[in-house]
Design a protein around this ligand. Sequence first.
Ligand SMILES: [Zn+2]
Length: 328
Amino acid sequence: MKPLRRAGKHYLGVDLGGTKILAAVFDDRGKLLSREKKATKPELGLTGVLQRVEECIHEALATAALPHTAITALGIGVPGLVDTKGEIVRIAANLGWHNVPLARLLKRRLDIPVTVVNDVQAGTLAVGEYGTGRGLKSFVCMFIGTGLGGGIVLDGQLYRGSTGMAGEVGHMPVIPDGGPKCGCGHRGCLEAVASRSAIVRRIVREIEEGRESVVTQLCDDDLTRLRSRILSTAYRQGDELVREVIHEVCHYTGIGAAMLINALNPQAVILGGGVIEALGDRMLPRITRSAWAHVISASPDRIRIKDTGLGDDAGILGAALAAQRSQL
Ligand SMILES: [Zn+2]
């Protein structure tokens, strides 16, 4: 069958995580035309991962019934530090990458312009353009997924900081002088208590120590299958262990949000990521309560704490947006 030709420009957005690759085709107004998913398998090494990215892109193009010549540009979000030109991944710990010229390598394979962005900064761009940050001059995003990252928009611009590291909200110390060890080497960082990995680690440990939980059954006795969706089901079934852990996560995330509010006085703190997609309706009111208990503002009700309004698509949408902007 001949691919269907659609009018207008199209952009590819790829979200390359340590666990999964998402590839999607969007039109120039950010409308999703197709979306495909694949396991990343970082153990295959750089060439193996690039091969899987390429396959995922071809699947997304096939689903959208578009030839790759219909694509104007590709944006790819990665969990790591990216150079300011959007070409080189300096460090991506989850992928085991150092100084990978990702834009050049993908352009060679696909023959389209490629822009590389930090995954969380991509998500923040999407929230500002299409999500609940639209029309706001200043907001902070906190994405709670495998890790916990953030993006800061000040005066309408994504704030990158002096060395591009701004927005590392996951490493704000919420348990000073203690708490669980963080991947960064310190203790008590927000990411070490509130990321999905931290939640899962804690629940698995407590179950192994003899705590009862419906999670065991929901995972068919295989706790490596514990994901946000199972956490959500267990929470909604009233599981005591999961509720206790999630409530603690809300408490610390609220403290993190309060730190950001006190330091930056944004119009909103916007929460996203897999954990929020699965449990946001239950978590947001608690996070808000905890934040208000720690903010200095005399009128905290003027600062909103809300979700992204974009579901799972913030990363891919932001990557496509970065590609679109690179062509302006
Ligand atoms: Zn840390």
